[in-house]
Design a protein around this ligand. Structure first.
Ligand SMILES: [Zn+2]
Length: 66
């Protein structure tokens, strides 16, 4: 009883505007976001020039070649 007073950190479903869904830790029951890890590279390419390398760097390289 009175669970709402102390919401627990739990796994919830996150729905992104791009249609992708994934789970994340939150105290909420449901989360909707505009940017997720799936569509993130597109946004960083426009807003920020360089995020931490790795996945995004590889992503950009692939696009330059095409
Ligand atoms: Zn997304």
């Amino acid at each position: 009883m009175k669970e709402n007073l102390h919401p627990e950190y739990k796994e919830v479903q996150v729905r992104c505007a791009c249609g992708n869904t994934f789970t994340a830790g939150s105290t909420k029951d449901e989360i909707s976001v505009e940017i997720c890890s799936k569509c993130h590279p597109f946004f960083t390419g426009q807003a920020k020039t360089m995020e931490k390398g790795g996945r995004i760097e590889r992503f950009n390289k692939k696009f330059k070649r095409d």
